[in-house]
Design a binder for this molecule. Structure first.
Ligand SMILES: NC(=O)c1ccc[n+]([C@@H]2O[C@H](COP(=O)([O-])OP(=O)(O)OC[C@H]3O[C@@H](n4cnc5c(N)ncnc54)[C@H](OP(=O)(O)O)[C@@H]3O)[C@@H](O)[C@H]2O)c1
Length: 331
C-alpha cells in the first residue's frame, strides 16, 4: 500500500498478498463477521478465544477449523495476525496478555483508537523497525507490527448481513507499515476498500463517521418533526424529504460540497430565515438549535463563495445571531 505522508490514502490497487493465519480474541459481532469474511476469502482463521460457551459453539460452526483456545496469548501463538475484537476500553488490557514477535501483526478494530493502544503488548513493543513517518513508529523492536483496522460498517448479531456489509465498505487502517500492508491486503481480500489514515487521525476520522451516521439520523429526526407539524407521517416525510436528501447528495458528489449548497442563505434572503425561525419557535422549538447550527455553517460556505455582498452576509448573520440564547456559546 502506498505511503502518502500528506494525509489519508484510499487505495483500490493494493496487491492481494499471501493469506496469513488469523487469530481472533473476542467472538462478538465484529470478531465473528471478520473471521467469517476472512475464512471465505481464503485467509485461514486458525484460533479464537471467547469467554462464552454459546459464542464458542456459534463461532466453531461458522468458521470450521478454527481452534478454540483459552487465552489471548494462545491465539497469538497460533496466528500470524491477531485481531483483538473486544470493547475499546478492554483492548489495552487484552494486548498486555499477548506475547508476539516481530514477524507477527497485532491489530484491533476500534474506530476511535489508533494502533498505539496496543503498545501494552506483552513482548515490550517499543516501535517496529522500518516504519515511515506516516505511521510515526521508528526504532528497532522485537515486538509485533501494530495496526488498527476499522471496517466502516454497522455490525449486528446478524453475521451474514455484517459480512455482506463489509463488501465495498471502507476499512480504515493505521499503524506500522508492515501491519498496514497486511491489513490492506486482508481488506481487499474480503472486498473492502482500504483507507490508510495518518497517525493520530483516528478520533477525527471517527467523529466524522459519527456525524455521517448519527448526525444524519438527528437531522432526519428534526426533519420528520417538522414534517409531522405540517401533517405528514414519518414515512411521508422520508419519502418527501428523503428524495431531496438523495438529490443533494448526488449534487455534492457531482460538483463538490460547497457548490451543491442552495436555498435562502445562498440568496441572502434574511426575511425567509426570520419566517422560518418564528415558525419553529412557535411549533417546534426543539428544532431551532439544529436549524441554527446548520444555517451558520451554510452562511460560512456562502461567505467563502463570495457571491453575496458583505451587507447581505451580515444581515443573514444578524438574524441567526438573534436566536442566541443567553448563556449559549456560539463560535
Ligand atoms: N459493532 C460495530 O458496529 C463496530 C463497528 C466497527 C468497529 N467496532 C469495534 O470493534 C470492536 C468490537 O466490537 P463489537 O461490537 O464486536 O464489541 P462487543 O460486542 O461489545 O464485544 C465483543 C466481544 O468482546 C468480548 N469482551 C467483552 N467484554 C470484555 C472484557 N471485559 N474483556 C475481554 N473481552 C471482552 C466478548 O467476547 P467473548 O465473550 O467472546 O470473550 C464480546 O463478545 C470494538 O473495538 C468496536 O469499537 C464495532
Amino acid at each position: 500500500m502506498k505511503d502518502r505522508r500528506d494525509g489519508a490514502s484510499r487505495e483500490s490497487d493494493v496487491s492481494i498478498g499471501a493469506p496469513r493465519r488469523l487469530g481472533i480474541v473476542g467472538a462478538g459481532p465484529v470478531g465473528t463477521a471478520l473471521a467469517v469474511a476472512a475464512a471465505r476469502a481464503g485467509w485461514p482463521v486458525t484460533a479464537f478465544a471467547t469467554r462464552d460457551t454459546g459464542r464458542r459453539a456459534a463461532f466453531e460452526s461458522l468458521v470450521p477449523g478454527a481452534l478454540a483456545v483459552a487465552s489471548p496469548a494462545e491465539v497469538a501463538a497460533h496466528a500470524d495476525v491477531t485481531f483483538i475484537t473486544v470493547p475499546d476500553d478492554e483492548i489495552a488490557a487484552v494486548a498486555a496478555q499477548i506475547h508476539a514477535d516481530q514477524d507477527q501483526v497485532l491489530a484491533h478494530t476500534s474506530g476511535l483508537l489508533g494502533s498505539d493502544v496496543l503498545r501494552a503488548v506483552g513482548s515490550g513493543h517499543s516501535g517496529h523497525s522500518g516504519q515511515s513517518g506516516h505511521s510515526g513508529h521508528s526504532g528497532h523492536s522485537d515486538g509485533p507490527a501494530l495496526g488498527a483496522f476499522h471496517p466502516l460498517v454497522s455490525f449486528t448479531a446478524d453475521v451474514e448481513r455484517s459480512v455482506a456489509a463489509m463488501r465495498g465498505a471502507t476499512a480504515a487502517i493505521e499503524g506500522d507499515d508492515s501491519a498496514v500492508d497486511v491489513l490492506a491486503a486482508l481488506a481487499v481480500a474480503i472486498g473492502a476498500v482500504p483507507l490508510r489514515l495518518p497517525r493520530g487521525a483516528k478520533p477525527i476520522y471517527h467523529a466524522a463517521a459519527v456525524l455521517a451516521s448519527g448526525g444524519l439520523i438527528a437531522l432526519l429526526d428534526a426533519i420528520a418533526t417538522l414534517g409531522a407539524a405540517a401533517g405528514m407521517s414519518e414515512a411521508e416525510s422520508l419519502a418527501v424529504y428523503g428524495r431531496l436528501v438523495e438529490q443533494t447528495m448526488a449534487n455534492a458528489r457531482a460538483t463538490g460540497i460547497a457548490p451543491a449548497l442552495t436555498g435562502p442563505i445562498t440568496r441572502g434572503d434574511a426575511g425567509t430565515l426570520e419566517s422560518h425561525l418564528a415558525a419553529l419557535r412557535a411549533v417546534a422549538p426543539d428544532v431551532v438549535e439544529i436549524y441554527l447550527a446548520a444555517a451558520r455553517r451554510e452562511l460560512e460556505i456562502t461567505r467563502e463563495r463570495g457571491a453575496l455582498s458583505p451587507d447581505q452576509v451580515s444581515r443573514v448573520g444578524d438574524v441567526l445571531a438573534k436566536d442566541r440564547r443567553p448563556g449559549t456559546i456560539y463560535r
